[in-house]
Design a protein around this ligand. Structure first.
Ligand SMILES: [Zn+2]
Length: 345
């Protein structure tokens, strides 16, 4: 990947994206569905790859800049890479922002991440502000390094709206052409509560230019995605389809049904090829089929959302999702928190 065009001509030129877009996370250890099957059976044209997992292998660190990540993976579509920020959060890594950004650029990834500093909900305002400052410096440094790839401007700010707002304004000032919302996973995994994440999204959407896609890291539950799209998010990545399958959870557009829980077949019959051929009972008993069903469901839901956005019918779809979801899961906070957030819309 040695062809370096002049920075001024190419930097920040974003590849064309059809949004909303879901990027399955490439997991080399996924025993149920290979990358080749994702492309051939599911039509996946864009994936998320953790560049740090490649970088930490010395052989790949040396060979991939010449070979290119797409050749290595056997994937010709859009490759978005992650920097190892999450791994750095969990354990101390001897990893520099400059090195991991350059590596992502050199291996031919299309959209690349800085080594942002994750800010969990328990960080106090001083800590969160410090991490935000470091993250913004690293984004600026990343923008100066990238030539061909698009660098993601990652918003941090922890649980503080004031810091989140400042981060989004900073990204707009830096002129990033692609943005992501960092450290929100712990908030949206709490019983589908949309309150804080909804506020963060709606505000970021209002600050960033309309043509700047907003990526929500780690979102992959089909019942939540249409609400995130309504709040202004465009791109999602997750390996939830695999993790849910490992736990025996059967995804539907109305919420995931846990292992052993009854599926309300009067309200929902899955149209995926696996359930059509074998029936949902058999699919739920087989982790490989369940993983495929789950991936199919996430991708089909994103297609449905895209159609509703294009036709201007998203609000009606949200009502339908909430009606079924709240009947199945009466204790869910999705409906109450959406109505709270939606009141100002
Ligand atoms: Zn199915």
């Amino acid at each position: 990947m040695s062809d370096r065009s002049p920075a001024a001509d190419t930097r920040g030129r974003l590849p064309a994206l059809t949004t909303p877009l879901f990027l399955p996370v490439f997991e080399p250890e996924n025993p149920y569905v290979s990358l080749q099957e994702m492309q051939e059976d599911f039509g996946v044209g864009a994936i998320m790859v953790n560049a740090y997992f490649l970088y930490r292998r010395k052989d790949l660190r040396r060979s991939l800049p010449d070979r290119g990540v797409k050749d290595y993976l056997g994937f010709g579509g859009l490759v978005v890479t992650d920097s190892g920020a999450f791994q750095a959060f969990r354990s101390r890594l001897y990893l520099r922002n400059r090195s991991i950004v350059r590596f992502q650029e050199d291996i031919g990834a299309d959209i690349v991440s800085p080594l942002d500093v994750m800010t969990p909900p328990w960080d106090n305002v001083k800590t969160a502000e410090g991490k935000l400052g470091v993250t913004m410096q690293r984004i600026e440094e990343g923008l100066s390094i990238t030539r061909r790839a698009t660098l993601i401007g990652v918003q941090q700010g922890g649980r503080f709206m004031e810091l989140r707002r400042r981060a989004a304004e900073g990204l707009a000032q830096l002129g990033v052409s692609y943005a992501a919302l960092g450290s929100l996973v712990p908030f949206f995994t709490r019983n589908h509560h949309l309150g804080f994440v909804g506020e963060v999204m709606a505000e970021a959407r209002g600050i960033l230019a309309a043509e700047v896609p907003i990526h929500l890291y780690g979102a992959g539950d089909p019942v939540e995605l249409p609400f995130y799209v309504a709040l202004g998010c465009d791109v999602f990545d997750s390996s939830s389809f695999l993790h849910y399958a490992r736990n025996g959870s059967y995804m539907t557009p109305y919420g995931a049904v846990a292992e052993g829980e009854a599926l309300d077949e009067a309200a929902f019959t899955c149209p995926c090829p696996y359930c059509r051929e074998r029936g949902s009972r058999q699919v739920r008993r087989d982790a490989a089929l369940l993983c495929r069903h789950n991936l199919w469901t996430v991708l089909a839901t994103v297609d449905t959302i895209r159609t509703h956005v294009e036709e201007g019918t998203l609000p009606g779809y949200l009502d339908e999702v909430l009606r079924v979801h709240q009947a199945w899961f009466p204790a869910s906070m999705l409906g109450p928190s959406w109505r709270g957030a939606g009141a100002e819309e």
